[in-house]
Design a protein around this ligand. Structure first.
Ligand code: TPP
Ligand code: MG
Length: 763
C-alpha cells in the first residue's frame, strides 16, 4: 500500500508542476513519472523495512520525487516545496545535498557518479573505523538505488576494480532493472553479463526476477512453460506487450505456448487485468520478494541486487519505449486519481482515499520506521590550524617541491592537523611529491601488508609501509575514482561527524579526465585540497598531451572551488594554511592549487605586507607610481620572465607596476560580485581588483601573462577600462626545452617587453 502512495504522490507532484502550476516561460518543466513508477516497491521495501539509521542512500536521480514523497509521509517535507517541484526553492529535480530541504545523503544527477560515491564512502568509513573515529558496530551500509542504464557508465567499472583492491564492504547497489534507458530497451545480450562482472570483483549478485504471484503461477500445471516463455522473451517485446495490456498478453501467450499442456487452463484462470498484473509481477515490484532478499544479505559483503522491473509500472505509460520523459495526460491522471479513491481537492493528502483506520495505521507504521529515527547530519568539531606553516628553505624552488616539503614538515609535526590530513593520488604519488608524506605517515590498508622491497633490503626512496594507521590512500590511475575518493573524504564531517582534511594530487591536465566527478564533489559541497601539478607547457619535455592549458579557466569557472596559482614557496605555504582553515568554514569551499616542477629564484622579502593581498587574489610585487600608465600582471611560474621584463622596461617607463595575480579566480569573483551588488545589495566596498588597478591611469596599458589560457587574466582590462595585451597559451603545446617553448608561445621576457612597449607607445 505504501508503494501505491509513493507512486501517487510522485506522479501528482510531477503532474502539478507540468499541468496545474502557472507557467510563465513556455519551457518544459518535466519530471520522470515512469522512472519513479519503476522503483516504488524497491523504495518502500528499503526505506520502510531494510534501512537502518546509520545507512546512507544515493537515489537514482530521476526517482528524486519518490525520495521527497517518502519524506513527505514522514513529515520532513513541506507541501509548499512539493508544490514547487522544479521551481525556485522547491523540490529539486534530482536529489541534492545542498539544495534540498530534506536529508539527502548523496547528491545524484550525473548518472554513475552517485552510484560509485557509495563505494568510496564505505572505504572512508573503513578508514575512520581503522583510525578509531567511528566504531565498527556503528558501521552503516552505503546503498545506491540505480537505473540499469547507469551500468553503461565507465566510472562504475573503474570503481568496481578499485573497490576490489581495497576490499570493499558494506555496500549495496540495487538495480532498477527495467531494461529501458532514455532512448531504448537494453540489449538482450547483456543478460547475465553483469553477474559475471560483479562476481569477478568480489560481489554477491542477487537476482530478483519473479514476484510472488509469478512464483505461485509457475508452480501450477503449465507454469513451467510460462516461466520458460518469460525467460526467453526479448526485452523489447516484453516491454511492448506490457504497454498493450492483458488481451495482448493472452493472444501472444496462446500463440506461442497455448498448445503446451495445461497452459490454456492456467491462462484462463486469469482475467485480462489479472493476467497483465501477473506478467508484470516481477521481483522488483514485489515488496515481499524484496524484503526477503534484503533480509537475506545480512553480512558486510558488497551486494548487487538486480531487481527486475517494468518502467512506468502501474501507469498507462508502462513499457512504452518513449516513456522516459513521457507523462500522463490530464484525463489519464484523473482516471488514476479515481482508481485510488482520492477525492478532488485532496490530491496532496498523504493518505487521501484511504479510510481513517488504515490511514492511522499507515502513519504509525511510517513513524516507527528506522528512517524516522535517523539523526540529522552531525557537525564535526573544527581541527585547529597553526597560525603559519613554515616556508621551505632554498634560494631556488618549485612550487611542487615546496608542496612536498610543507607536507613533510606537517607529517613530522605533532599538529592535530597532520593527523587529520589524508592524502590520495591516482598513481602519481611519487611524481607529484607526495612520497615524503607517505614515507612518514604510511599507506592506509585495512589489513597490514609488508613492504616486500623494504624487507628484502632493496634500496628505494619510497618506504611505504601499509597499515591501518596509514594516512595515504593509494589509488589506481582512474581519475574519476580519485575525485570521488576526494569527495567522500571531504564529506566525512557531515557524514560521520569527524573531519578529515583530504589532499589529492593529480597531473594538472588530467583534471579534465575526472572533471565531472570534480564537479560532482563541488556540487555536494565536499571539502578537499586539490593539487594540480605539474601544469602548463613549462612541463616542456613531456609534450603537448601533458601540458595543461585551460585548467585556470576550470579553476575560475568551477563553483565551490577556490583556485590559486602561487609563484613562490612562501606564497604556497600561506595558501595551504589558508586552505586548511577555509575548507572547514561553513561558508568555505574546496581549494585548487595549480603548481609546477620548474624551480625559480625565490624572493627576499622584507615584510609580510603582501600576504593579506595575496590571499585576496593579487598583490603588487613592484608598486606602480601613482598615475602610471603601463603595468604587467602575471600568474604563477612565469614570475622570472615577468620580473626580467619589468626590470628592462623600468629603465624607459619609470613607475611601471608588476602585479602578481595569485588567484585569477578570487579577483574575478570579487569584481563581478561588486558589480552585481550595485543592484542586488551586499558588498559596497570596491573589489580587490578595482583597488589594485585604480592606482593606474584610466585607459592605461596592461600586459597579462600566465602559462595557461590567456582569458584567465585578460578580463582584468575591463575592471577600470584598460587596454590589454594578453599573453598565454591558446594552442596545443609540444616537446621542447623551456626556453624554446617560452619563446615559441610568447611567454618569455622579450614577448612581455614587446607587448608592453606597444601599449606604451600606443597601438
Ligand atoms: C552522465 C549522464 N548522461 C546522461 C544523462 C541523461 N539521462 C538521464 S536518465 C537517463 C537514462 C536512464 O536510464 P536508467 O538508468 O535505466 O533509468 P530508468 O529511468 O530506466 O529507471 C539519461 C540518459 C544523465 N543524467 N547523466
Ligand atoms: Mg532503465
Amino acid at each position: 500500500m505504501l508503494d501505491s502512495r509513493l507512486l501517487w504522490l510522485s506522479s501528482w507532484m510531477i503532474h502539478n508542476a507540468n499541468y496545474i502550476r502557472e507557467k510563465r516561460d513556455g519551457l518544459k518543466v518535466g519530471g520522470h513519472q515512469a522512472s519513479c513508477a519503476s522503483m516504488t516497491a524497491i523504495m518502500s521495501a528499503l526505506y520502510f523495512h531494510a534501512l537502518r539509521p546509520q545507512d546512507k542512500v544515493a537515489v537514482k536521480p530521476h526517482a528524486g520525487p519518490l525520495l521527497h514523497a517518502v519524506h513527505y509521509l514522514l513529515g520532513n517535507q513541506s507541501l509548499d516545496r512539493m508544490q514547487r517541484f522544479r521551481g525556485l526553492g522547491g523540490v529539486q529535480s534530482y536529489p541534492s545535498r545542498t539544495k534540498d530541504a530534506i536529508p539527502v545523503d548523496f547528491s545524484t544527477g550525473s548518472v554513475g557518479l552517485g552510484v560509485a560515491i557509495t563505494a568510496f564512502t564505505s572505504l572512508v568509513q573503513d578508514y575512520l573505523i581503522a583510525h578509531g573515529q567511528v566504531r565498527e558496530e556503528d558501521a552503516g551500509r552505503m546503498i545506491a538505488l540505480m537505473g540499469d542504464a547507469e551500468l553503461d557508465e565507465g566510472n562504475i567499472y573503474e570503481c568496481l576494480i578499485e573497490g576490489y583492491k581495497h576490499d570493499l564492504r558494506n555496500c549495496w547497489w540495487i538495480v532498477d532493472y527495467n531494461r529501458q534507458s532514455l532512448d531504448a530497451t537494453t540489449a538482450d545480450r547483456m543478460f547475465r553479463r553483469f553477474d559475471d562482472i560483479f562476481e569477478t570483483c568480489g560481489w554477491r549478485v542477487v537476482t530478483l526476477k519473479y514476484g510472488k504471484l509469478q512464483q505461485e503461477a509457475f508452480s501450477r500445471p503449465g507454469g513451467k512453460s510460462l516461466e520458460e516463455w518469460i525467460d526467453g522473451c526479448p526485452n523489447a517485446e516484453f516491454a511492448a506487450l506490457t504497454y498493450q495490456g492483458g488481451a495482448a498478453w493472452r493472444e501472444r501467450l496462446l500463440n506461442d505456448i497455448g498448445s503446451k499442456p495445461h497452459v490454456r487452463t492456467l491462462l484462463d484462470s486469469f482475467k485480462d487485468d489479472a493476467l497483465a498484473r501477473l506478467m508484470t509481477n516481477l521481483g522488483g515490484h514485489c515488496v515481499e520478494t524484496l524484503v526477503e532478499a534484503f533480509d537475506g544479505a545480512n553480512d558486510d559483503k558488497p551486494t548487487l541486487f538486480i531487481a527486475y522491473t517494468v518502467k512506468g509500472h502501474g501507469l498507462p505509460l508502462a513499457g512504452h519505449k518513449d516513456n522516459h520523459s513521457g507523462m500522463m495526460n490530464p484525463p489519464q491522471m484523473e482516471q488514476f486519481r479515481a482508481s485510488l479513491g482520492i477525492r478532488k481537492g485532496e490530491e496532496w493528502e498523504p493518505w487521501g482515499g484511504l479510510g481513517d483506520n488504515v490511514a492511522t495505521q499507515l502513519q504509525a507504521f511510517v513513524d516507527s520506521s528506522p528512517l524516522a529515527r535517523k539523526n540529522t547530519e552531525p557537525v564535526a568539531p573544527p581541527v585547529p590550524v597553526p597560525a603559519r606553516l613554515p616556508v621551505p628553505e632554498g634560494g631556488e624552488q618549485s612550487t611542487q617541491g615546496a608542496f612536498g616539503r610543507i607536507l613533510l614538515d606537517l607529517a613530522k609535526s605533532r599538529e592535530e592537523l597532520a593527523d587529520r590530513i589524508v592524502t590520495t593520488a591516482p598513481d602519481v604519488t611519487q611524481t607529484t611529491n607526495l612520497g615524503a608524506f607517505v614515507n612518514q605517515r604510511g599507506l592506509f590498508r585495512r589489513q597490514e601488508l609488508a613492504d616486500v622491497f623494504h624487507k628484502a633490503k632493496i634500496p628505494s626512496a619510497q618506504k611505504w609501509a601499509q597499515h591501518a594507521a596509514g594516512q595515504h590512500v593509494e589509488l589506481g590511475i582512474a581519475e574519476n575514482n580519485f575525485f570521488l575518493m576526494l569527495t567522500s573524504l571531504g564529506l566525512a564531517a557531515p557524514h560521520f561527524g569527524t573531519r578529515l582534511l583530504p589532499v589529492g594530487t593529480v597531473y594538472d591536465p588530467f583534471i579534465a579526465r575526472g572533471l565531472d566527478a570534480l564537479n560532482y564533489g563541488c556540487y555536494s559541497d565536499s571539502r578537499f585540497l586539490l593539487i594540480g601539478t605539474p601544469s602548463g607547457l613549462t612541463l616542456a619535455a613531456e609534450g603537448g598531451a601533458h601540458q595543461s592549458i585551460n585548467t585556470p579557466l576550470i579553476g575560475m569557472g568551477q563553483p565551490n572551488l577556490t583556485y590559486f596559482e602561487p609563484a613562490y614557496a612562501d606564497e604556497l605555504a600561506l595558501m595551504m594554511r589558508w586552505a586548511f582553515d577555509y575548507m572547514q568554514r561553513p561558508e568555505g569551499s574546496s581549494v585548487y592549487l595549480r603548481l609546477t616542477t620548474r624551480s625559480i629564484p625565490q624572493l627576499d622579502r622584507d615584510d609580510r605586507d603582501w600576504e593579506a593581498d595575496a590571499l585576496r587574489g593579487g598583490y603588487w610585487l613592484c608598486k606602480p607610481a601613482p598615475g602610471s600608465d603601463v603595468a604587467i600582471a602575471f600568474t604563477g611560474v612565469v614570475a622570472p620572465e615577468a620580473l626580467a621584463a619589468w626590470e628592462q622596461l623600468a629603465e624607459d617607463i619609470p613607475g611601471i607596476g608588476l602585479l602578481n595575480v595569485t588567484s585569477p579566480d578570487l579577483l574575478h569573483r570579487g569584481w563581478s560580485a561588486r558589480r552585481a551588488a550595485r543592484w542586488s545589495g551586499g558588498q559596497s566596498e570596491p573589489s580587490h581588483a578595482e583597488k589594485l588597478l585604480s592606482v593606474l591611469t584610466p585607459g592605461a596599458g596592461l600586459v597579462t601573462v600566465l602559462d595557461g589560457a590567456p582569458g584567465a587574466l585578460s578580463w582584468l582590462g575591463g575592471v577600470t577600462g584598460m587596454r590589454v595585451s594578453p599573453l598565454g597559451v591558446d594552442r596545443f603545446g609540444q616537446t621542447g626545452d623551456q626556453p624554446d617553448l617560452y619563446r615559441t608561445y610568447r611567454l618569455d621576457a622579450d614577448a612581455i617587453v614587446e607587448a608592453a612597449a606597444e601599449l606604451f607607445l600606443g597601438d
